[in-house]
Design a protein around this ligand. Sequence first.
Ligand code: GLC
Ligand code: GLC
Length: 816
Amino acid sequence: MKFGYFDDAAQEYVITTPRTPLPWINYLGNKDFFSLISNTGGGYSFYKDAKLLRLTRYRYNSVPYDSNGKYFYIQDSDTVWNPAWQPTKTELDSYECRHGLGYSRFTASKNGVRSELLSFVPLNDTCEIQRIVLTNEGSEAKSLRLYSYVEWCLWNASDDCENFQRNLSTGEVEIEGSVIYHKTEYRERRNHYAVRAVNVPVDGFDTIRSEFIGFYNGPDAPQAILDGGCTGSVCSGWSPIAAQQINVDLEPGQSRSFIFVLAYIENPENEKWAEGTQPRDGIINKVRAKELLARYQTDEQVEGVFTELKSYWKELLKKYTLRSSNDKVNRMVNIWNQYQCMITFNMSRSASYYESGIGRGMGFRDSCQDLLGFVHLIPERARERIIDIASTQFQNGSAYHQYQPLTKKGNAGIGSGFNDDPLWLIAAVSAYTRETGDYSILDEIVPFDNDMSVAQPLMEHLKRSLDFTVTHKGPHGLPLIGRADWNDCLNLNCFSEHPGESFQTFGPSEGPVAESVFIGGMFVKYGEEYAQLAEIHGDRDEADRARAEVEKMNEAVCTAGWDGEWFVRAYDAYGNKVGSHECEDGQIYIEPQGFCVLAGCGVKEGLADKALSSVEKLLDTKYGICILYPAYKSYHLELGEISSYPPGYKENGGIFCHNNPWVSIAETVCGHGDRAFEVYKKTCPAYTEEISEIHRTEPYVYCQMVAGKEAKYFGEGKNSWLTGTAAWTFCDISQYILGIMPTHKGLSIDPCIPSDFGDFEIDRTFRGVVYHIHVTNPEHVQKGVRQLLADGVMIDGNVIPFSPDKKEVDVQVVMG
Ligand code: GLC
Ligand code: GLC
């Protein structure tokens, strides 16, 4: 069952009922100012950091589920309704929500009044614009009241929901005409404030929550609206809000438009206070706010910046464009998958409807992987990000597992010791340099743990990444796992026995024995990518040394890491196998099958094919491939968090979408185009849209996990948006299945498609040159290029050498 449809021409998903199975959200903002917005008007805004600079309040995990937003109310006689249905949930005569690229539009009507609400964050300002147009579609004149309502968060979102003894006494605002300034804590150490404004005179306002909402009501029934209007309350302490009232008279057929702005303003330290006033007067300097607001006074101004935003996305997405006979794949590749890659790049795992914004900040491994699907879009931002990430690495090559986006400092609470982290840095730098040919980044001087006095060139960081694994091996010659590897919940050194202890950081966390076959696979792949970088950097000896280490690791993976029919997952702290036929539960895990095979381990020897058939036999389901089987039925002290989840959920046997593309990629490495695509399809949102009532999460983006075959609610998706699945599925479909991959020497063309996929065309911008690629497949093979022509010249092999003097290249590919 569907709750909407794709409008590909408009690059939008159209939701046709507010009653979706979960909030279906969108992200507004590309750089510094962000808003989350649901299809019923819920959500919140922040500047740069969802934890440290939160503008508006949200009530996570609340009842009803999606609680708080930047709401509008329309009062028409006795009826009060909302343009996006919540919070009054007054039945609407019509409703439509269109989520587009960086904007959302809501069209609703009630009793002859139509409202069109457009929300977006302009490209170059730190604000969200909400333009609402009301039209009287009836035959009688209407006297309406329009109210807007936002609840301020007292900046630090974590402190905001804990420290009430202080916070209920700090709230402060200033009100000037139609503008409400939220200036809590500005009197002391902050030099920023928030603004809520509208471009017309208001007929009333409130800034005390209990005066507007009423002490015994919720936002679904604001007392002030029921009582006939705002009260003009001026907050001092408690919970500051910004509510505004506009009386709107509309003749039949008449429309009026209102432009609301929510902005974040920062003043230099020496310009904090209004000119000619003293700090003790407490009057904030509003010059910057007024300048910003002046840019959004008219419809023409709003339409101007909105058009800019739309063209920005159109241009950006042109960098990889597919034309094939498969609409579902076209729309994922051309629109939604790339869009989600931008969002995961911006947010890492910080702020979604399932990540509270106060938890995890930017993940080291997460951000490195997000970059793999983003780097072709805006390479300069990927470059900056690499430097930020590498700056949180330690001198011994290990790294902080997370850092805060505002401070860019490693998060000491979680620390380091996730032994896959260092190798992901190599993956990111390799992807960046292959995409751009910018090798100067390798010589960039980058600090360790943000300490410039011990800074080294980035290439040295990569060496330490590599050597961290080389010097941290266990009894089988496999990498030590540390606190966990990619699978955060496989905690082989922690032994947590009491509730509340962190599964990852409790106990010794390090040990001399527990080993990861998965990191072994990673080392084989990224060790080779490191060797290529070393060679390009002019250090052939270093490349040889790395390749010798890779060879050793490959040997260990294919012997100690091989279980007979599939790759072992790990060895635990007692030296017992995890993910082996010898185990009662958790006999086979997906990660080493996907990653070791995509790294090339055991391909020649036939192990790879065996591992992949075991995956198909034991882990595959109609909704995707489970992470392990059988799921753990009881808690295993020696395994940790993985066995804490009921069978079939999350890392305990869920379909973890992130590593499904690893298997799909592995299938392409073995030349199995049909199967690679079948795996791709199972978790692909454009395909799962059909079963939205089961799947529940947004049908235009990937979610982290779908409940596995052993779960009570098999097929139910969870944790949409912020998942490495976005980047990996984009790599899978764009580089492996459709087969257009950047390499150091040039663009490699080697599709591995289903035999019935048909011919297709791709426009790919690579290092500023546009490649128009036409692929034909007359014999319906799954892999193999029989002929490759670039501008009419026959190419030997699969790689079109890069020639910077060209602007466009015509590429003809014949498979066979
Ligand atoms: C989450 C984490 C990611 C981890 C994965 C598996 O998605 O963000 O870092 O690899 O779970 O545990
Ligand atoms: C990952 C896992 C999650 C775990 C968290 C801890 O995100 O998916 O289950 O609690 O890591 O870091």
